[in-house]
Design a protein around this ligand. Structure first.
Ligand SMILES: [Zn+2]
Length: 146
């Protein structure tokens, strides 16, 4: 079974529907067996399923899990704000910057007061840890509201 989020191009209503397979969906679509729950229009389109965490249109499906999701998002947001305020963003240079702090700036007067944050691959993180450089990974939600 496969769940698709379908969108009515006529009235813009989206709704979930189950199909035995993606093939079955195509078949029903071809035969014009798909119609809108709201206005009965046949201009139905399959929309991409986004990961649940980022899929705002799922809000309302399940109150309990949304409550938890909101809590988790809130926690992550708080954490992100803390990091944004207290750490310096170095983007993809994270591994490089982390090393330069660890090795070069150790004995310098000019010490970076702030920690850094940025993006790194799992391999980078693993290597940094093997070199004794403390790196933590946290989940990161891009704020698409702004
Ligand atoms: Zn419709």
């Amino acid at each position: 079974m496969i769940k698709y989020k379908l969108l009515c191009k006529n009235c813009n209503t989206s709704f979930d529907s189950w199909f035995a397979s993606s093939r079955e969906y195509e078949k029903l679509k071809k035969k014009n067996f798909l119609n809108c729950n709201n206005c009965n229009s046949k201009s139905i389109e399959k929309t991409l399923m986004a990961p649940k965490l980022l899929n705002r249109s799922n809000i309302g499906d399940n109150k309990q899990s949304n409550l938890n999701l909101k809590k988790i998002r809130k926690k992550i947001n708080e954490y992100q704000n803390f990091i944004k305020n207290n750490f310096e963003y170095v983007g993809k240079n994270f591994a490089y910057e982390a090393r330069s702090i660890h090795y070069k700036d150790k004995n310098k007067d000019k010490k970076m007061k702030k920690g850094i944050y940025g993006t790194a691959s799992n391999d980078d993180i693993k290597e940094l840890r093997e070199e004794g450089i403390n790196a933590e990974t946290i989940p990161w939600i891009e704020d698409r509201n702004n």
